[in-house]
Design a protein around this ligand. Sequence first.
Ligand SMILES: Cc1ncc(COP(=O)(O)O)c(C=O)c1O
Length: 420
Amino acid sequence: MDDRLAMQGGTPVRTLPFGPSHFFGEEDIEILSEVIHAGTVSKGPKVAQFEREFAARHGVAHVGTVTSGTAAMHTCIGAINPDPGDEIIVTPWTSGGSVIGALLHNCVPIFADIDDTFTLDPADVEAKITPRTRAIIAVHLFGNPCAMAALRAIADRHQLFLIEDCCQAHFAESQGEVVGSMGDINGFSFGGKHLSAGGGGAFMTDNEVLWERGLIFSDCALPRNSSPYAGRPYANYFLAPNYKMNDLMAAVLIAQLKKVDGYIEKKIRAAQQIIEQVSDIEEITPQRVREGDRNTYWVMGMSLDTDKLTCDAWAFAQALNHEGIPAGGPYIGSGKEGPLYRNPFLSEPNCYGRSHFPFDYKRDKPIDYRLVECPNGEKLMQRGFSIQMQPSFDDEDVADISAAIRKVFIHYRKPIHAIT
Ligand SMILES: Cc1ncc(COP(=O)(O)O)c(C=O)c1O
């Protein structure tokens, strides 16, 4: 067997492409053609049907659909209606989409560290609370739920809003509770996630006040017929975007909602098999799932004991890619940019022209994200890698992924005498 890495001219473990991330078929075409034949494709009965079905699946009172996960997270912020300069506590390992809405609302993200679940460490969240804190965003990273009971208790103790970012974690569960049902108002993305229409998003809540505000916020604060402002004179009542979903997207989501449990079961099965097949490699630790939680593995996160390897996690992921495995740095496609606070939109800062707004609003000194440090988040930068999970993964795919991880590990492990 050729044990040279593919990136050094060896034979890749995997040459065949993997299967699709979603299965689109006759059911999707049928419901889409129903919408087209009805002659109206804007927000209509299919949006209403999807919102009802998605709410029922989560046991929450209200779901509103929007155009993306970023729009959903912005709507959550719009619903709680913070003031400029208010602080929103969030994890450093997430998509920019978790905080773009907060920034558009002139709020400032404050980063709390993560633990070995790659999600917020509740103790550090509590340590980061100040009189200007308004909310905590709990991002269920890669499908792995946050410590929701602890975060709920902290939010209640300090009278903060708890917002779940469920964009990557459809139907994950924290101690038997489905994500999206525990925060005050919570966001989802349907752009390439478990449930996908190639775009779209949703927010959900049981709180009537947040529901009304979210609904109006996501539709220009106009008095539409179905809105809580119905009957008022036509006007834009506060600053708000148009984030409305249309019936074409909703139709695909209705069809895909029937398939999503199958996708998730397959991803969980494949992830568990991979974890089992590399479990003898002590230098590789999968993202910890709290006992009693359900990770739905949009992506599988792992960390490496790089003290015992001759490479960092980024190089490890690159080598896996050359072996034909869809791997990335600690955060999917990204890697070198590091935790979110190192991204130029915060570190330069590159938000509003050349100003420091909102990081200097009513502060003696502007927040300088170049000085932020979350030690565990930094460690993950060196040690974390991720594998994109697909519902199409079969036993052979899983075996190839495990074999590639083992091959790359064997190549990069330090000889015993070299480990200090
Ligand atoms: C955790 C998280 N939040 C928010 C978003 C933004 O979602 P979208 O890409 O649909 O705007 C994403 C997208 O990947 C995400 O992963």
